[in-house]
Design a protein. Structure first.
Length: 138
């Protein structure tokens, strides 16, 4: 074998070794695991939190679902916003972390709801209820 062919063959091998990883191995995109949060936006008639088994009058306050929107906030940044249907239910997908969920009613005197702090972790289902202040119904 002559010197020119040996040098050419070495050059090809070096070139293939250099380009091989770039050509044959593509970098896969980074996939962030998202967590699904099932939620409910609403309040209890008569105000306050979840009712006791019965009130002094023997009646139970009822949970009232509300339409509007829910924002997921980290620090002072809104990272996601979803609309909430008339039935008060919403679905939100977030990467693991710590979030403050705030509800915003579409109507009524008491616009802000919550906040509710959540800490979704990978592969762990979360359900959350964001409570709104509700006026007493007489």
């Amino acid at each position: 074998m002559n010197h020119a062919m040996t040098t050419a063959r070495r050059s090809v091998v070096v070139l293939l070794m250099t380009l091989g990883p770039l050509a044959g191995c593509s970098t896969s995109p980074v996939t962030l695991t998202t967590v699904t949060i099932h939620g409910l936006l609403g309040g209890y008639e008569g105000g306050g939190g979840p009712p006791e088994p019965s009130t002094a009058s023997g009646t139970k306050p009822w949970f009232v679902p509300l339409a509007g929107s829910v924002q997921a906030v980290q620090g002072s940044t809104v990272v996601a916003t979803v609309n909430v249907a008339e039935n008060g239910r919403f679905l939100l997908r977030l990467v693991p972390g710590t979030y403050r969920l705030e509800g915003i009613r579409s109507s009524g005197d008491f616009d802000k709801c919550g906040p509710s702090i959540i800490r979704p972790r990978a592969r762990v289902a979360i359900s959350v209820t964001i409570l709104c202040s509700m006026p007493s119904i007489s």
